[in-house]
Structures are given as structure tokens and as C-alpha cells.
Unconditional design. Structure first.
Length: 354
């Protein structure tokens, strides 16, 4: 009897392993789950029937075998229903991903079913949101780049035609042409810098340096514009505060932040740079007394070609803050925007302390 039981157990194990290996060859999850359900039910049933044949010679106790067969059938139906439910959940994600692949960027997967499938659907939907925003950004890039390239080119063409027709003097138009060329050069430089940041080709040489000279140099660069706008510039930084950074890149970050702050600060306002040293990092904050930031601005102001007021044509292509974020992150730091206490905006970034 014991020998027969051992033979049945070993045979059941061997057959089970062989069939499990074959299940992996089935082409779909639905078929694999259905096969697993059949295997999980029919294999024990076969073992019971084999044992019954040994013990009862196929008829000595038909009731036990009938109950066993009925229980196996119930378990098989339940297993197939569970397998169908899992397969249907996966199918819904598959259908949504196929729609997305065909270009339907609003396709989303229902976040139902087992926890793992629901998590997969949630991740897919999050990916869809990010990709949708990426495509929106690409469309905005083309639109704004076309606008910002077309406007100075049209101005230059008009002035050159006026010179050719004798409707103007070279001395009158040359300074304006030079300014338009400068605007185009800045836009091309910004696009090139963004391309390097996106490609990961931006290499920085970090040095342990005092922060104060870079702050002073940046404030001097925007002093003329601030005077023209009747805006007061201020700095709050200790001379002995040092950090690890590339001076030219951090100066560009500050220039972009200061230019943006001046653009949104009214007459008789204040733009200030404050430096706060900490144990592991140094926080540099550019504050203004302007109109402040709404929720959308705080979330999206570092996106390329995004402007808070799309009905207003402002100077610049909307790349300055995106470049600032890329340069700060290349330093291993963080950049964010928040409301300034007392009104206005506060844009902060961090550098590694030295």
C-alpha cells in the first residue's frame, strides 16, 4: 500500500512539473491561466482516482469518487472564473495601450481588478499623462520657436527692403538690425543649451568658491534694466559662504531668475537675492514684490515655452527658467518656486556646500 502511494505521488509530481513547463509555452496569459486551473484541479483528481482504483478496484466505493469528482468540478469552475477575471483586467490594459500606440493620447486604462493589475493600469495612465504633456510641450516649442524666429526675421527683412528702396538711412537701421541679430543669437543659444541638457551632454567643472562674487556680478548685469524700471536691487549674502559650482553656469541661472523677477515686479518694487547656508547645501533665493504666483505657475513655470499670460507677448522665448532648472539639476541641486511671505514670488535653488 505504501509503495503504491509513493508511486502515485512521484508520478503526480513528475506529470505536474512536465505540464507546468508546457503551460509556459502557451501564447497568451488567458490560456496559461486556464491551463493552470485545469492542471491544479485535474492533477489531484487524477491522483485520487488512481488511489481509488488501487484501494477500491473502481467500484468498491463509488460515492467517495463521485464526491471527489464533484468537488474537483466546482474547483475547476471557480478557478476558470478567477482566471477569466484576471485575464479580462489585463485585456483592458492591453486595449488601452494599443489605442495609445495608435496615437490616441487620451486613452486610459481602467484601474480595476487585482492589485498588481490596478497598479499596472495606474502606472500606464501616469505615463500617458506625462507623454501627453510632452507632446503638448513639443507643439508649444514649434509654435513659440516659429513665432520668436519669424518676428525678428520679418523685421530684418522689412528694414533691408527699406534700405534697398532708399527709404531709410543705414545709420538709422543698423542698430536695430544688430539688436534683432542679438535676439536671434540668444534664442539659438538657448535652444542649443536645452539640447545639450536634454542629451546629457552638459559637463560641468565644479569648484569650491564663495557665492557672493557671483551674486554681485549678476546684480550688476541687470542694474541698468532695474534702474529703467525703477526697481530696487538688494542682496543678502555673507562673504564667507562657499559652495561647489561652475561660476558661469550659476551666473546664467541667476541672470534668468533676475530677468524674470524684474519682468514681473512693478515700479518702485524690490528684487532681492538671499543666500542661506546649511550643513549640506546652500540655498539661493531670488525674491520679488510682484503679483505672486498661482498654483499653475508654481507647477509649470520651469517648463520650456510656457508663459503665465499667453495673451501677452513678452520678451524672450520662454526658455530661461527651463534652462535654469537644467543647469541647477546638472549641479545636483533642486529648484522650486513658492509664494514670498508678504506678497510676491520666491524662486529658490540649491548648490552643494563645500
Amino acid at each position: 500500500m505504501i509503495a503504491n502511494a509513493i508511486v502515485v505521488a512521484v508520478a503526480t509530481l513528475g506529470i505536474g512539473l512536465a505540464l507546468a513547463a508546457l503551460l509556459r509555452l502557451l501564447p497568451t496569459v488567458r490560456l496559461q491561466l486556464a491551463g493552470l486551473a485545469l492542471l491544479a484541479v485535474l492533477l489531484p483528481l487524477g491522483a485520487v482516482l488512481a488511489s481509488g482504483w488501487v484501494m477500491f478496484h473502481m467500484g468498491d466505493d463509488v460515492k467517495i469518487l463521485a464526491v471527489t469528482a464533484g468537488s474537483a468540478l466546482t474547483a475547476l469552475v471557480a478557478a476558470l472564473l478567477v482566471a477569466r477575471s484576471i485575464a479580462d483586467s489585463i485585456d483592458r490594459v492591453r486595449v488601452a495601450s494599443a489605442e495609445f500606440a495608435r496615437g490616441n493620447l487620451v486613452a486610459r486604462a481602467p484601474e480595476g481588478g487585482p492589485a498588481e493589475v490596478a497598479e499596472l493600469a495606474a502606472s500606464f495612465n501616469e505615463m500617458g499623462e506625462h507623454l501627453g504633456r510632452l507632446f503638448d510641450t513639443r507643439r508649444e516649442l514649434v509654435a513659440w520657436a516659429s513665432h520668436d524666429l519669424r518676428t525678428p526675421l520679418a523685421n530684418m527683412q522689412a528694414m533691408l527692403e527699406a534700405l534697398e528702396d532708399g527709404l531709410g538711412e543705414p545709420g538709422e537701421y543698423l542698430p536695430v538690425l544688430r539688436e534683432q541679430v542679438r535676439v536671434l543669437s540668444l534664442l539659438v543659444d538657448d535652444l542649443f543649451e536645452l539640447a545639450r541638457i536634454d542629451a546629457g551632454a552638459l559637463t560641468l567643472e565644479l569648484h569650491s568658491l564663495p557665492v557672493a562674487p557671483v551674486i554681485s556680478s549678476s546684480l550688476r548685469s541687470v542694474e541698468a534694466e532695474a534702474r529703467l524700471r525703477h526697481v530696487t536691487l538688494a542682496a543678502e549674502v555673507e562673504d564667507d559662504v562657499t559652495a561647489r559650482f561652475a561660476p558661469d553656469k550659476v551666473e546664467r541661472v541667476l541672470m534668468n531668475l533676475l530677468t524674470n523677477a524684474l519682468r514681473h515686479t512693478p515700479t518702485d518694487g524690490v528684487v532681492a537675492v538671499r543666500v542661506e547656508p546649511h550643513a549640506a547645501e546652500v540655498t539661493v533665493a531670488v525674491e520679488d514684490t510682484g503679483e505672486g504666483l498661482d498654483a499653475e505657475s508654481r507647477e509649470r513655470m520651469f517648463e520650456r515655452f510656457w508663459r503665465a499670460d499667453r495673451s501677452r507677448s513678452s520678451r524672450g522665448a520662454g526658455l530661461g527658467l527651463a534652462i535654469a532648472r537644467g543647469l541647477v539639476e546638472a549641479h545636483g541641486g533642486r529648484i522650486w518656486a513658492e509664494e514670498r511671505e508678504g506678497g510676491g514670488a520666491r524662486v529658490c535653488f540649491t548648490l552643494q556646500a563645500s
